[in-house]
Design a protein around this ligand. Sequence first.
Ligand SMILES: *Cc1c(COP(=O)(O)O)cnc(C)c1O
Length: 222
Amino acid sequence: MQSIQESYASIGEKILTYHYQYKLSERLPVLVAVSKRQPDERIDFLLELGHRDFGENHIQEAEARWVKRKNIYADIRLHLIGPLQSNKVRQAVALFDVIHSVDREKIARAIKKECDAQQKEIPCLIQINSGDESQKSGVAPTEAAALIGLCKKELHLPIEGLMCIPPHSEPSAPHFALLNKLAKKHDLPELSMGMSDDYETAIRFGATYIRVGTKLFGERIR
Ligand SMILES: *Cc1c(COP(=O)(O)O)cnc(C)c1O
């Protein structure tokens, strides 16, 4: 646990340093602690340190872990960072506080419908497949404008920003730059980008959410 405390402090320090050095976003980037496939005691330790923003990518796993913890800590903000299937939208809307992975019209419509039914408003980000990778979810950069327009104008979904996961084999910086440019063009304030290996670069390119798992908690289990 001591190593988690050290990593947490070190990431926090880097967030501060880079933010004030480059001053690219209005507020300090928020660390989304990616808790997927991490042992419960590591997560509880971070909660005890006062951290409240956590990211998960599987609905079922997130439910098992977070329903009870959200009852204990009312101010937890749970971020969905993985792809969403239509048949899981109801559960996702019930559990999550921010959705980072809106990537197609069908899912946007389903989220809107479910938010109305549950009388909930959930800030959403559109996931951009910045590397145009066929196996990766996200809308292609060339189709982003259409999806953003639909969400904002027709569905009135609260779209606050963009998210991307750059290809493994490439430097992240050009992808982060592209995401930043695209967000500015569409007047979207939030940028969810940067993971364990590239979160420092992401902050330099204006990230407002960084999603860090292993650098913070250690290796995942299972
Ligand atoms: C797992 C995951 C992360 C965290 O990855 P690490 O390399 O462990 O920091 C971030 N974003 C998404 C979308 C993920 O699925």
